[in-house]
Each structure stands twice: as C-alpha cells, then as structure tokens.
Ligand binder design. Sequence first.
Ligand code: CO
Length: 504
Amino acid sequence: MSPQEAYSQLLDKFKEISIISSCGAVLGWDERTYMPRGGAKFRAEQLGYLAGLMHSKVTDSLIGSLIDQVQQSDMLKDSNSIESANVREIKYYYDKQTKLPQKLVEDLTRETSLAQGVWEVARSKNDFGSFLPSLEKVIDLTIQKAEALGYEGEPYNALLDEYEPGTTVAEVEKVFEELRIDLVELLKKIKNAPNQPDESIIERAYDVELQRIFGESVAAAIGYDFKYGRLDVTTHPFCTGIGPGDTRITTRYNPNRLNDSLFGIMHEAGHGLYEMGLEKEKYYGSPMGEATSLGIHESQSRMWENQVGRSLAFWKYFYPQAQRIFKGTLDDVTVEQFYGAINTVKPSYIRVEADEATYNLHILLRFELERAIVKKELKPADIPGEWNSRFEKYFGIKVDKDTNGCLQDVHWSAGLMGYFPTYTLGNLYSAQFFNKAKEDIPNLSDQFASGDFMTLRKWLAENIHVHGQRYRAVDLGKKVTGESLSHKPLIAYMTKKFGDIYGF
Ligand code: CO
C-alpha cells in the first residue's frame, strides 16, 4: 500500500468514528432537551454501546499500522502541512484511547449518562445526599481514567489534557494565580466605586416568549444561521455540533432576569459560529474539521457574549429593538443605564449567570476543588462543606443551599473533570484575540453600533475557525496575536470597561 493509500484509509477510519460519535451527539442533545425522564436508563445503554463501539474502532490495530506506514514515508516532511496535522492528532487520540480499557470507557459513559439524570433531580430538590452515590461512582471512574491515561506530576494533568491538549496544570496555575491577584484588586475598586449601576433594570418582568424572539434575532444578527441550527430549552445550556449543516444551541429562561437567556444565547451562538466556521464540508471526520481545544472554543463564545454582547456599541444598535419588543418595560431607561445594568458586577452564586469580573473566581474555586478531588485529598462527601467555606472566603457571601453551590453545574455528573479551567482560558484568549481583531478592523465598534457583525465573524472564521486542529491552542494563540497566553489583556480590558461604568 502506498503512503497516500494508507493516509486515505486512515481518514476513512477516522470518519467512521466521527459518524458514530455524531450519533451519540444527537442522543445526548435529545437526552438534555426532549427525552422523557423514563427513558434515562435505556438512553444510558444506547450511549454506552456507542462509546464501546467507537472505542473498539479507534483502538483497532489497523489504525496503528496505518499511522506507522504514513509516518515512515516522506509524506509528512512538512510538519506544518494539513496531512501532518491530521496524522499528529489522530495518533494522539489513538495513543490515548488504546490506554483505556474498553470496559472503563463503557462504564464511564453509562454511569455519567445515568448520573446526569440523578443530578438534575437532586439539583431541583436541593438534595446533595441523593446525588452522592452517583457522584462517587463517576469520580472513582474518572480517577481510574486518569491513571490509565498516565500523567506527569499530578493526575489532573491527564484530565486537563482531554480538553486542552498539550496544556499543563503548571502553566494554567501560573496564569490563574496572576489573574487572581489582579482580579481581587479590580473587584475592590468596583465595590468602592462612586457610580453603582441599577441592576434592578434587568430584573423586571421579561416575558419568556419575547425573550426567545429577541434572543433568536440577536443570534441571527451575529451570524448564527437557523437554516443550520436551532434553539431549544434545557436545564444546563450547551451547544452541540452534530455534523455538517447541523449545529444546535440551547438556553434556559428566567422571567425576572433578562441577562441569563440573552447572554446565554449569545454565548452558545458564539460556540455555534465556531462549529459553523469549521470547514466541515471539506474536512468532516478528520482533525482539520474539528475545534482545536475547549479553551479556544470558549474564547469564541465569550467574545460574542462579552466583548460584543456586553458592549455599549452593540446596545446602541439593539437597545431600541429591545425597548420595542419588551413593550413598555424599558421606557424609562436610557441606553447608558441599561448598559450599566447588564454589566453589574456583584458576587453571586451561579457561575453561568455571573458577571465578567467575578466569573473567573468561580472557575478558580472549581479548579482547586477538582485537583484535590482527583488527588483524593477531598472526599466526594466533603465537597459541599469545602465548597461553601471556600466560596465564602472568595466571594464574601454564604452559600444558602447546595443548588446554589456544588449542585449547580452538570460537569461532575457528566464526568467532565478537568474541563472548568478551559472557561477561564477562553476568557484569556478572547481578550487577546479581540485586541488583535480591533487592530485589524479599526472601526469595529462603529460597525457594531450600526448592526454589522459580519466583519468580525469573517475575521474569526479566517484566523481561527478554518484551521480546525491544524494548530494546538497555545500555538494558535501565538500565531494569531503574536503573544503568549497572559492574564494582562483580560485585566486591561476589564479595568477600562468597568472603570468607565463605575467611575474609577
Ligand atoms: Co461555553
């Protein structure tokens, strides 16, 4: 077999795996949107079966020998070529998957599918005790997974690498620590500042159906194309790229708070734009057709949510529409007052509803707890106590119930430990990317003020989306911005923005 034939067979195999994975994505989307609760057990069986099937396909020794054949040829002599990127990432995936016993993969998939249903009920009843047995099982399996994958330093490295390939705990810890120091200072300035916005503006009555209509129109304006996507309601908002031409987002509505669904929809639409911007028609089923890391994914969602959606320029265009749609609700409010209200910085319990500034403290808390859990220094049963005491230390408020504390996020029930740091990485990358975009497109905020978001969308597609997994996150960041990952651009952006709003 020629190296070209081996390469194309390898891509065929990988495409087959991607198709199986996409079937799991449809089932996962349905599980979190429309599936009746009674279907949970069978759905877990379906997902467990697919995960096992995928695992057996990817660990087939034929894949290993195809990789060898291509690597031994001179096909990959240009290490920056598309072929090199595809083979590098397929091999990375293959090497990892072959370390995981099939039974562990199936057990994890089944248990996490079941645990998500248990978590949902426990969260709604504020009953950590009923979730604990499932959580213990999932954590035990997750630790087994880290051990099977292997790691340098601490086991958390193996888990982080699943979501942010090539990034280590030590790197993350360094930049997070620098961020924490400046963030605490910034929060102090905000707290003591003379101009405190009136948050009650966004806590008026906002009809849920009108929120949906407005949210959909905002998503469409930034380029989320409903021909290739849809918006549904869920407990924990997410975006799922099912395949070429099908990228779905979800949200949840609060009739007495505008921010949650509005910025939630912009956030998920930002993820959606990355999925839609990948060259799936050309590269679907190969690493070139997939997002490079969750941190980069999150940089896209956070940019649309924050740098765009929470900017004054954006509201110069959208505010008159909001006033019209929410008939009468905002008649007495100026656009500047509204802009202040949506940007209120205040310690709060729920991460996904947090303002831009306190958001990262939520992540730092989870990052510390997860590392301790995976090292077995923190027992699952002790999570609520540890969560609550650290939360009070960081945020200065007491957690009133676990639904507002350790039960709020879906991640641990889904076995997603090592995932949280990617949110703050996304915030850091988003500030760096946005600086570069503003440099390349000097009148960007004028464009926003006139309702034009397509130049930014195109810039993101050309600079980030089309590359798929050609570059790892850290390298892509450097390639686009010329700079290494740093906390400084995010802090500078927030200091300027909140300084203007709060008057310091
Ligand atoms: Co996100």
